[in-house]
Design a protein around this ligand. Structure first.
Ligand code: P70
Length: 466
């Protein structure tokens, strides 16, 4: 039976109109954009599930805080308010604001990663991966094997494989590992949480070898709520207490505040180490701005200070995770597979299973992304071979990811149950004609991060199924 999600713990005071353009117009827009949804206009979307990053709705308290923004260059009141919130929620000794998550990652990598060094994690998100590589470093993903099986219902599928991590550290040694990480929740693996027991064991392992431990905290509040729901011993702790315990295990964190701090722009970099903090401030001044604003306006800092608390609110978190579970259940009822169990911020549809007649090199998840727009003017994001297939320079062979997924990320406090019903019904209509959907081929593809700018054309169905 479909779970009923808790009613929205807010009512709507400001509305942003959305418009469903007719099917013939959608067809033209697809052709103009070369069938790449990144190249399409937001005004042509009815429901936009491209990302949950910076796309949520701010509260009346956040908009009020924006009016109190202090735009002083140094030591602004806004900074002082954010500092108090960051200290209260995360408890690290030092912090700087950054313009978004990848800026925090860039500064940390610039300060600590040297060419040839390794940075292990459960799974790095792609900007973290790229920022480590940009400094000549090598990211390593050591998540448990269960993460790669879409049917496996492990409650903490974001966990690090501790045996793999120990073997990895023993192989490369402390000198080759400037710091270690873990991403909560694991976005690249389906928004799956990491258990407190696993975070503790990871922290102990890094510290046994004297390796500093950083948390990618983009969706930490959702992770903490999963711990409260699923991990014995945490049922009666508050999400804030769980967060305190989690961050007390780490030496620092990077965060895209566009997720669980419910702001449209912003990020954080926190550390305990005094010498590292000095390096961070110098790098920040060079690239982002003075340490009391970090590339943001004062009003952005105030919105973040308020959003940090709203992201921890348990009525909100129960509604939020209930909403994701509801959408997944409605999609599953239509006989369409999604990654199980459902993660925090989105539903990951198994496009490979929906279109078994489209081989991975003809991009089944891209085909589903196009079809979802064609059928209902809904935008998701392909997480499959368009994004991740890569050419092995040594063998000259293409490596394809294990799964062809379409992610439907749910912006925070933005869409209602009937919007989600519309998404599930649209997918069900596509399933009814799944056999008639064809694959795609590139007409243009850059070498790196090709999903953002590639262009495609549909293949004739006879070719696709030949
Ligand atoms: C997303 C966005 C960003 C992100 C993240 C984690 C775990 C760091 C960052 C970087 C990015 C995205 C993907 C597809 C379409 C649009 C946007 N994730 N760590 O949606 O943070 O973006 O602030 O620099 O998930 O998952 P930032």
């Amino acid at each position: 039976m479909t779970p009923i999600y808790p009613p929205e713990p807010f009512r709507i005071k400001v509305v942003e109109p959305i418009r469903l353009i007719p099917p013939e117009e959608r067809e033209l827009k697809l052709i103009e954009a070369g069938y790449n949804l990144f190249l399409m206009k937001a005004e042509d979307m009815f429901i936009d599930l491209l990302t949950d990053s910076g796309t949520g709705a701010m509260s009346q308290e956040q908009w009020a805080a924006i009016m109190r923004g202090d735009e002083s260059y140094a030591g602004a009141r806004s900074f002082v308010r954010l500092e108090a919130a960051v200290q209260d929620v995360f408890g690290f000794k030092h912090f700087v604001p950054t313009h978004q998550g990848r800026a925090a990652e860039n500064i940390l990598a610039a300060c600590r990663v040297k060419p040839g060094q390794w940075v292990p994690s459960n799974m790095h998100f792609d900007t973290t991966d790229a920022n480590i590589r940009a400094r000549g470093g090598r990211p390593a993903n050591l998540v448990i094997d269960e993460a790669h099986d879409p049917e496996n219902r492990h409650p903490f599928k974001g966990n690090m494989d501790l045996a793999k991590l120990r073997a990895f550290i023993e192989k490369y040694g402390r000198e080759q590992i400037p710091f270690g990480m873990i991403t909560v929740t694991n976005n690249a693996g389906g928004g799956q949480p990491v258990s407190m027991a696993n975070i503790k064991a990871v922290a102990d392992l890094y510290h046994e070898f004297d390796i500093p431990f950083f948390i990618d905290a983009a969706r930490y509040a959702e992770n903490c709520y999963f711990i409260k729901q699923r991990e014995p011993g945490y049922e009666s702790k508050s999400v804030k207490e769980i967060a305190h315990e989690m961050f007390s295990l780490a030496d620092g964190m990077t965060m895209s505040a566009k997720k669980d701090a419910i702001v449209n722009i912003g990020g954080l970099l926190c550390v305990n180490d005094d010498a590292l903090f000095q390096d961070i401030k110098n790098e920040l001044i060079l690239r982002e701005g003075f340490p009391t604003y970090g590339g943001l306006a004062g009003r952005d800092l105030d919105a973040m200070a308020v959003g940090l608390y709203e992201g921890l609110d348990e009525a909100y978190l129960s509604y939020r995770l209930g909403q994701t579970a509801y959408l997944a259940a409605r999609i599953n009822e239509a006989g369409i597979q999604t990654i199980q169990p459902t993660g925090g911020h989105g539903v990951y549809v198994n496009a490979g299973a929906l279109f078994p007649h489209i081989p991975n090199y003809e991009f089944p998840a891209q085909a589903l992304a196009v079809e979802l727009y064609r059928e209902g003017a809904i935008r998701g994001v392909e997480i499959g071979s368009v994004m991740f297939a890569c050419l092995d320079p040594e063998t000259g062979l293409w490596h394809y990811p294990k799964l062809e997924l379409l992610r439907l990320a749910i912006p925070r406090r933005t869409y209602t149950q009937s919007h989600l019903d519309y998404v599930a019904d649209t997918l069900a209509n596509i399933k009814d004609r799944a056999h008639s959907v064809s694959g795609y081929r590139f007409t243009y593809a850059p070498e790196l991060l090709r999903h953002f700018t590639a262009r495609f054309e549909p293949l004739a169905l006879e070719v696709a199924s030949a």
